[in-house]
Design a binder for this molecule. Structure first.
Ligand code: NAP
Length: 248
């Protein structure tokens, strides 16, 4: 139970990668506070699943784009669990389109959710970590933010922005014993990939040296390593989890 008595606040854990991270960290002993946008039923199922594992979890409906809603979620988390030790910025969306056809709303929605959302949760929680002089922040970026993907200018920009945010914040808060790292998954089997055409997925598989999509649990294992003491000398880094897709 390496994370016993630690409290994790994680965005977007009702489904997919966030859900897998919540279960992985709860299994290691952490209390889990998570938010979601629409999936209230899935959120309750996760709460129950973590309680059945002997852990503590509380879900909150809060739009990650809404700074005031996120601040209330952070305040409620501190009231319920007493502190916050680990912040995980995971909530994210895609709205893929060629730039020539992209509406401003598609651009704004992706940047607001992925990049503003990362600011909102981290900003709302960082003073708590600074005051206690300890903490870990993990930001979920993407290979798309490293190599760039066609039809994803909005998404690639948001995820590259998250890597810059990670590096800058790591330097800024290292004196307070706070580490900040990112993970950059490749193609991971979640509902996010449902939006991609089958033909495109087949093409993608050809470009992955390990010849398969990743599993949410494989991202969660890397996050568990990064939040723990085994990663005590790692900060400002982006760990790529992509089956080798971005090897150059
Ligand atoms: P997913 O299955 O679509 O789940 C997205 C999660 O984010 C859900 O819990 C969703 O809540 C939540 N969310 C979305 N918009 C939100 C908002 N405005 N406010 C609060 N919560 C919101 O996606 P995923 O594949 O697990 O992706 C998780 C993260 O990994 C994202 O940042 C994504 O960009 C990144 N990533 C994914 C892949 C991949 O291949 N899957 C690859 C690289 C990076 P609701 O259930 O309520 O909608």
């Amino acid at each position: 139970m390496v994370l016993k008595d630690k409290t994790v606040i994680i965005s977007g854990a009702s489904r997919g990668i966030g859900r897998a991270i919540a279960i992985e960290l709860a299994t290691a002993g952490a209390n889990i506070s998570f938010n979601y946008l629409k999936s209230a039923d899935d959120a309750l199922v996760l709460e129950e699943e973590i309680k059945d594992l002997g852990g503590n979890a509380k879900s909150f409906q809060a739009d990650i784009k809404d700074y005031n809603a996120v601040t209330s979620w952070v305040d409620d988390t501190k009231k319920i669990f007493g502190s916050i030790d680990i912040v995980i910025n995971n909530a994210g969306i895609i709205k893929d389109k060629a730039l020539a056809l992209m509406e401003q709303a598609d651009w704004r929605d992706v940047i607001s959710t992925n990049l503003d959302g990362t600011f909102n949760l981290t900003r709302a929680a960082i003073v708590t970590l600074i005051k206690q002089k300890s903490g870990v922040v993990i930001n979920v970026s993407s290979v798309s933010g490293i190599v760039g993907m066609p039809r994803q200018t909005n998404y690639s920009a948001s995820k590259a922005g998250i890597i810059g945010f990670t590096k800058a914040l790591a330097k800024e808060v290292s004196a307070y014993n706070i580490r900040v790292n990112a993970v950059a998954p490749g193609f991971i089997e979640t509902e996010m990939l449902d939006a991609l055409k089958e033909e495109y997925k087949k093409q993608v598989l050809k470009e992955i040296p390990l010849m398969r999509l990743g599993r949410p649990q494989e991202v969660a294992k890397a996050v568990k390593f990064l939040v723990g003491d085994d990663a005590s000398y790692i900060t400002g880094q982006t760990i790529v989890i992509d089956g080798g897709m971005s090897i150059v």
